[in-house]
Write a protein that binds this ligand. Structure first.
Ligand SMILES: [Zn+2]
Length: 145
């Protein structure tokens, strides 16, 4: 039985006692029954709010997971440290080997080849090199909504 139903049940029981309406105790009983009813109603509303908030948190969590996918995909797929793209030296780019975490400096020539062998562990690292994308300071992210 729900709280509101139990409150109504108790109120019905009190009414059924056919207490003297002029008796002070009767008044107290009725006020208590009324209070129980109000409290049950408010708790019901709070529960509804709680459910709504939980749903919203779930939604935020899903959105955040989507954002994390975009951020980490950028790191692992490209493997290019865009903060170095402003430098003009031959070793303008760096990537991190996913197998041994070694930081590898890349020349533009090796970027053009599309892959490089990790000098530490021999893992072949592949990347999609788009010169147009590297020209801009901020890498463009495809809108994934
Ligand atoms: Zn490695």
């Amino acid at each position: 039985m729900k709280l509101s139903e139990r409150a109504a049940y108790i109120k019905g029981l009190i009414d059924g006692l056919e207490l003297d309406p002029k008796d002070k105790q009767t008044k107290v009983f009725r006020l208590i029954a009324e209070l129980l009813g109000d409290m049950a109603e408010e708790i019901g509303e709070l529960e509804q709010c709680y459910d709504d908030v939980c749903d919203q948190i779930d939604g935020i969590g899903e959105d955040l997971a989507g954002v994390e996918d975009i951020i980490y995909d950028e790191d692992y797929d490209g493997g290019i440290d865009y903060s170095k793209s402003g430098e003009s030296s031959d070793l303008a780019y760096e990537t991190t080997c996913p197998s041994c975490d070694t930081t590898i400096s890349l020349s533009e020539a090796s970027l053009n080849m599309g892959s490089i062998k990790c000098p530490n562990c021999g893992e072949v690292l592949e990347f999609d090199y788009d010169p147009d994308e590297l020209d801009s300071d901020v890498p463009e992210q495809s809108a994934e909504e």
